[in-house]
Structures are given as C-alpha cells and as structure tokens.
Design a binder for this molecule. Structure first.
Ligand code: C2E
Ligand code: MG
Ligand code: MG
Ligand code: MG
Length: 288
C-alpha cells in the first residue's frame, strides 16, 4: 500500500542518514592523523590560455586517500575540517606544498590554492604565505589565492584587509565559483580581485542552449569590463570549448577537456610537453 511504501522509504532514508552520519564521524576521527601521516596529497589541474593554448596556471586540489575507505571527496572532508577547526592546518600544508611544487615546474607557470572562509580568522595567512614564498623562492606573482563569494561576504572586513595586503605583494586574487553565491556584485570592485572564475554551472549547457550561451557571454563581459582575467570552469567537451572561443571574452579555460586534476609528477610532465617551445608553421618559417 501507499502507506507501507512510505514507511519503507522513510526507513531507507533514515538508514542512509545513519550511514552518512557514521561515515562522517569516522572521517572526523581520522582526518587529523591523515594530515600528519601524509594521506593528503595535492592534485593539480591546468588553466589553459585560450590564445596561446599553453598552461598558465595549475589549481592545487586536495585529495585524501583513506587507507580503508578509499578516496574521500574534498566536498566531504573540507567542511569536516572546517567544523573541527583543522582547516587552517590543511591550508598551511596546501600553501607550503603547492608553492614548493610550483617552483620545480618548467617555465613560468602559476599555482592556485583555495582558501576557506575560516582561514581569514583562524590563522595568520599573510605570514604563512610569506614563509612559503621565502622557502620555495617562488615569485609572489606566481601565486594565486582562490576565494568564494560566500567566504568574502561572511568575513568582509577581514577579507578586504588580508586580500589587499596579499595583492600589494603581487599575489593574484581569484573569485572562485562566480555566480553560485550571493548575487550582490558590490564586492567585485570593493575587493582587489584580479581574476574571475565563472562557475561550471554556467558552462554546462552552452553547446545546446542559446540562453545559456548568452548568459555566459554576458557574465564574461562583466568580468572583462572590470579588467579581470576571466576563466571558464568545467569545460568538458570540444563543443563547449568552441562556444567559449567564438562567443565570449573568456581568456582562460579549466576543465576535463584539457585535463583532469593530475598527481604532481604528471602535471610537471604535462607542463613540459604543452609549454615546450613550438616550431613555427611553414608560412612563418620561410624567413627564419
Ligand atoms: P573548486 O575550487 O571550484 O575546484 C574545481 C573543482 O571542479 C574540482 O573538484 C575539480 O576536480 C572540478 N572540475 C574541474 N574540471 C571539471 C570539469 O570539467 N567537470 C566537472 N564536473 N568538474 C570539474 P574537487 O577537486 O572535487 O574539489 C571540489 C571543491 O573542494 C573545490 O572546488 C574547492 O572548493 C574545494 N577544495 C578542494 N581542495 C581544497 C583545498 O585544499 N582547500 C579548500 N579550502 N578547499 C578545497
Ligand atoms: Mg578553486
Ligand atoms: Mg571553482
Ligand atoms: Mg567549485
């Protein structure tokens, strides 16, 4: 009957909630040790310049390979780390590891790290970044900080002070997942952003839906009008890339079409291969 169906569904629902609850409790119990024992690693995903087709930056994305539970998604463990007050330690490890890796890549490629809203209060981010840059010898202009709309709105005053100090050192400041948070645009020029990363939900339908295409075009124009470098996230197919190329003022793309996030060793190899000096085409070689 409908009534017993409902009851069965509700039991399944509650059983699932218990599993989720116990899973999260288990992860919380293990996360601190995971950080200390090297179970966290960084994957790097390239941002490709549309004009040159070269990798200009790589985003550091934290991975947790749990010895018994397997890969845990950052969308699961980052919020847990925030709840536990562990996020600042993770951020410190990310900044230190990412700058050290980046300093070993061939050529001049930047590295981007994600900052949580909690980091604005929970740590001296400026000091942590300063130490990592000094240790790695990385030019500050090769470091990018990614923050979300939600984070800068929750911590507006402190975020403004910190991001302004970082920008003054030449560090790039990106607004991540643009379009998914609060729709207030006032912070766009109140804060020292240098880059706008348009969320992948704006890219998903552009190859099949005219309205989606126009929306992306206009969001990209907004970014360009504010003198920001505009990035399209989540480009998965050639059809999407073609729309981005033909219809928008986007300068950089990130997504599975060019590469998934890769382990450190593989990203260095990919940068070496894609950014290697290229031979000119026939027409250009005639005089050379
Ligand atoms: P994000 O900063 O927006 O990072 C981009 C996410 O989109 C990554 O997911 C990446 O794997 C995924 N992605 C890239 N290209 C494509 C694509 O073409 N299609 C699809 N469907 N997805 C794509 P990931 O690695 O699972 O990270 C999810 C989120 O977790 C990140 O979103 C970021 O908010 C957070 N995160 C990851 N690492 C860290 C970290 O070290 N610190 C903090 N605070 N947050 C992190
Ligand atoms: Mg990001
Ligand atoms: Mg993003
Ligand atoms: Mg995202």
């Amino acid at each position: 009957s409908a009534k017993s169906d409902g009851k069965a569904r509700s039991q399944i629902f509650h059983a699932q909630m218990d599993i989720d609850y116990h899973y999260r409790q288990r992860l919380k119990a293990d996360l601190r040790e995971a950080l200390r024992h090297g179970q966290l690693t960084l994957a790097f995903q390239p941002l490709v310049d549309i004009g040159t087709r070269r990798i200009v930056s790589c985003e550091a994305l934290t991975r947790w390979n749990h010895p018994e539970l397997g890969l845990v998604a950052p969308s699961t463990f980052i919020p847990l780390a925030e709840e536990m007050g562990l996020i600042s330690e993770i951020t410190e490890w990310v900044v230190s590891t990412a700058t050290s890796q980046c300093s070993q890549w061939p050529g001049v490629v930047s590295v981007a790290v994600n900052i949580s809203a909690r980091d604005f209060r929970g740590m001296d981010l400026e000091a942590v970044i300063g130490r990592s840059l000094a240790r790695s010898g990385l030019d500050p202009a090769r470091l990018e900080i990614e923050v979300t709309e939600t984070a800068v709105i929750e911590e507006h005053e402190i975020a403004k002070r910190l991001l302004t100090a970082l920008a003054a050192k030449g560090i790039a400041i990106a607004l991540d997942d643009f379009g998914t948070g609060y729709s207030s645009l006032s912070y766009l020029h109140a804060l020292p952003f240098t880059k706008l990363k348009i969320d992948r939900s704006f890219v998903a339908d552009i190859a099949s839906n005219e309205k989606s295409k126009r929306l992306l075009t206009n969001v990209a124009r907004l970014g360009r009008d504010l003198d920001l470098i505009v990035v399209a996230e989540g480009v998965e197919t050639e059809a999407q890339l073609n729309v981005v190329l033909e219809q928008t003022q986007v300068q950089q793309v990130q997504g599975y079409f060019f590469s998934r996030p890769l382990p450190a060793r593989d990203i260095a190899e990919l940068i070496g291969r894609l950014n290697a000096p290229r031979r000119m085409g026939r027409a250009n070689r005639r005089h050379g």
